[in-house]
Design a protein. Structure first.
Ligand code: PEP
Ligand code: MG
Length: 749
């Protein structure tokens, strides 16, 4: 745009339209290219040539040079400024959040303009045919006369509804022919572009032009709906629909939500930036957030707004709340990326950084350490702990996952320790339980005392008496688990942690224990000290307990077999021995478990089947998988401990320096989050090959935290494993990821 073009446009389109176009260009150029203060430039309602002269004068005053009249100069500067923005912090953070490479390229398109201002029916609008929130078919958008670009959406005032609407005039009624044509183009766009598009259009003297069509912005839930609808309408195949949904996005739908009827005391309202709900103590700084995480306390990071220096703090909290910001602000983008419930722009509260307090909408004051609940789905901050409910799957997700199940060729089980976990696993249609950490059942208050009595038993008789009391409790736990799983496989791991984990660590706990067991404090302290180890993770735990205190495993095996009978369902128990490093361990434990099974069969006069396997989580077990497989019907790789021992890296302490390691590129990623395909992966491959060579029908699986990670799923599927087991909430993600692996294989042959 320059003075010459302005004169031409005055002739063809009239002075107002020409001045609108020229002013718009001067303003945009001044702000984005010359980086001048936008407030220095006016935005008159009906501009004229005088306003243009004023803007040009302001430009030369502010920039110390005249507004460039050469089109090639303008173009070069515009392109350069776009490229600069691409390198800016916001663009970089967005790329990072979207998982795009840091050095991703930028494409710029230069094209002729369809002008929405001028004589006759001129204007512009934006239309989309599905809701960005839900993905359900709904027409959204506006049309505004004498406007351009997305003004119809931005300005609202004076804009027309697109379809007939009781609230006011509509584009459909005012320009019926153009509207009909717009619908035609839109149907065509959806079909040909095979996507749900948002379309920008203009009318120039009544003539419709389609300017642009972009994928509509969509929530995770809408993404699933849209993909499923496109497949149902025959526009894309089901495989395509499955490939379009990011497993990570699916996990967003699976977050806890505030219970619908829970009482809510609203502290502040803001923008619902990232879904889900979480409760935690207020912290005001990223370092306090990290300190809370180190203490194992759930915290909510409350900031005026967040920046890159807060990212590590955000990794440590359960939710984020900011006073400022919008849906694309730093906190919102990062919060969504991390799957953290997040409310931003809660401007009806104020933060007092000095006093470390928040003043809420009703002048209620909350201080550091007070508990709040962030409802990121509804954009509300609630006082105190508020009841939440498990996430539920909507019908589109269920349909999509049904398609995934038809295509996937690897089993997905859940790690479920409690009946509640098992129920969630079943709701998410897990194929079974791949890991039930049986010790979790001992941490319930009533069992803990009996467990401690067992640990303090002076002789075999006393120990047997305690185990006798634990037996019915374990049996009841397992019975419930079998009943919930209704005949799906349930793999129960025998006791794994070192016994000292069941004992108190501090003085008051020791005193309480002495009282509960009716023992002198000195005796209790002495026993606790006896059990303490320099390196408990490599000490007396797992199968080593099974060998040295065999009665515990015998009791557990008996509880499992009796529960299988009592459950009344066709239970198929699988018993897993943890932390094996030598074949003889398996041989010994197997003999005792088989004996327990035989005893229960005789006592109950009932037959039942079970399988016995080994958890491969020490490097030696992976290397000796061949001989171990001779005694094991299945081998389940515990990649948490396997990673710990392969790297010689403590699971509990690695967090302290992991970020520095990742930052400096020592590790590409935290190996406890992302399976190390090279090292740990080689142990998996070796173990699988050796196990299979010795026993071709051996069932192979993984059950560490990596089980739900799409990268790990792809890897172990290639190694020919039978199933993965992951936390219940990751089951849907894993089902989708497994289907995507099968589809990718089909495409790439
Ligand atoms: C493992 O080590 O991978 C595992 C699943 O067991 P845990 O996390 O209980 O040690
Ligand atoms: Mg383990």
């Amino acid at each position: 745009m320059n003075d010459v073009k302005f004169s031409e446009l005055c002739e063809s389109h009239g002075e107002t339209a020409a001045a609108t176009l020229y002013l718009r260009f001067i303003n945009a150029y001044a702000t984005h290219v010359a980086r001048l203060d936008p407030d220095a430039f006016d935005d008159p309602e009906t501009p004229n040539a005088g306003d243009v002269i004023k803007a040009l004068t302001t430009y030369s005053d502010e920039a110390d040079e005249p507004f460039p009249q050469e089109v090639d100069v303008q173009l070069a500067h515009v392109l350069r400024s776009m490229a600069r923005a691409w390198e800016g912090t916001s663009a970089r953070l967005l790329r990072q959040a979207k998982g795009a490479p840091v050095d991703a390229g930028l494409g710029l398109v230069v094209q002729a303009m369809a002008i929405g201002v001028g004589r006759g029916e001129c204007g512009s609008g934006v239309i989309q045919f599905a809701s960005s929130d839900t993905g359900l078919p709904e027409i959204h958008g506006r049309y505004l006369r004498q406007s351009q670009g997305r003004e119809a959406l931005d300005r609202q005032v004076g804009s027309l509804y697109l379809t007939k609407d009781p609230r006011g005039p509509s584009f459909e009624e005012t320009c019926p022919e153009a509207f009909a044509q717009l619908l035609e183009y839109s149907v065509l766009a959806r079909k040909r572009l095979r996507e749900e598009m948002q379309i920008e259009f203009t009318l120039e003297s009544g003539k419709l032009a389609i300017l642009d069509a972009v994928r509509i912005v969509r929530s995770s839930s809408a993404a699933v709906h849209i993909a499923v609808d496109l497949a149902r309408d025959g526009i894309i195949p089901r495989e395509d629909a499955l490939m379009r949904v990011d497993p990570k996005a699916l996990s967003e739908l699976l977050h806890r939500q505030v219970a619908p009827n829970a009482p809510r005391t609203v502290l502040a309202k803001g923008i619902a930036a990232s879904p889900g709900a979480a409760t935690g103590k207020i912290v005001f700084t990223a370092s306090d957030a990290q300190a809370s995480a180190a203490r194992g306390e759930a915290a909510v990071l409350v900031r005026r707004e967040t920046g890159p220096e807060d990212i590590r703090g955000m990794h440590s909290v359960v939710a984020v709340l900011t006073e400022r910001g919008g849906v694309t602000s730093h906190a919102a983008v990062i919060g969504r990326g991390l799957g953290l419930p997040c409310v931003v722009g809660a401007s009806d509260m104020s933060i007092d950084g000095q006093k470390k307090s928040i003043i809420g909408r009703n002048q209620q004051i909350l201080r550091e350490g007070d508990v709040i609940t962030v409802d990121g789905t509804h954009g509300e901050v609630l006082v105190g702990h508020v009841e939440t409910v498990e996430a539920g799957l909507n019908t589109a997700v269920t349909t999509l996952l049904g398609w995934a199940d038809e295509l996937r060729d690897i089993g997905i089980r859940a790690n479920a320790d409690t009946p509640r976990d098992a129920q969630t696993a079943k709701n998410f249609m897990a194929d079974g339980i791949g890991l039930c950490r049986s010790e979790h059942m001992f941490f319930e208050a009533d069992r803990l005392t009996v467990m401690r009595e067992m640990i303090f038993a002076e002789n075999e008789e006393d120990r047997a008496a305690s185990l006798e009391r634990l037996l019915p409790m374990q049996r009841a736990d397992f019975t419930e688990l079998f009943q919930i799983m209704e005949g799906r496989p349930v793999c129960i791991r025998l006791l794994d942690p070192p016994l000292h984990e069941f004992l108190p660590a501090d003085r008051s706990g020791l005193r309480d224990l002495a009282e509960a067991l009716n023992l002198p404090l000195s005796r209790v302290t002495e026993r606790v000290e006896q059990l303490s180890e320099y390196n408990p993770m490599l000490g007396l735990r797992g199968v080593r307990l099974g060998i040295t205190v065999p009665e515990i495993y015998e009791m557990q095996a008996r509880a499992i077999f009796e529960a299988a009978i009592d459950s009344g369902v066709d239970a198929s128990p699988e018993i897993m021995i943890p932390l094996v490093s030598a074949c003889r361990e398996v041989e010994l434990v197997k003999a005792r478990i088989d004996a327990a099974a035989a005893a229960v069969r005789v006592e109950r006069g009932r037959s039942f089947s079970y399988s016995l396997g080994v958890m491969v989580e020490t490097p030696r077990a992976a290397l000796r998988a061949g001989e171990i497989a001779a005694y094991s019907q299945f081998l389940s790789f515990g990649t948490n401990d396997l990673t710990q021992m392969a790297y010689g890296l403590s699971r509990d302490d690695a967090g302290r320096f992991m970020s520095s390691y990742v930052q400096q590129g020592v590790y590409e990623e935290d190996p406890f989050h992302r399976l190390d395909k090279d090292g740990v992966g080689e142990l998996l491959t070796l173990g699988a090959e050796r196990g299979r060579a010795a026993r071709p029908e051996v069932v192979l699986s993984i059950c560490g935290e990596h089980g739900g990670d799409p990268v790990a799923i792809a890897f172990i599927r290639q190694c020919g494993f039978t199933y993965v087991s992951c936390s219940p909430f990751r089951v849907p993600v894993a089902r989708l990821a497994a289907a995507q692996c099968a589809i990718t294989d089909k495409i790439t042959g």
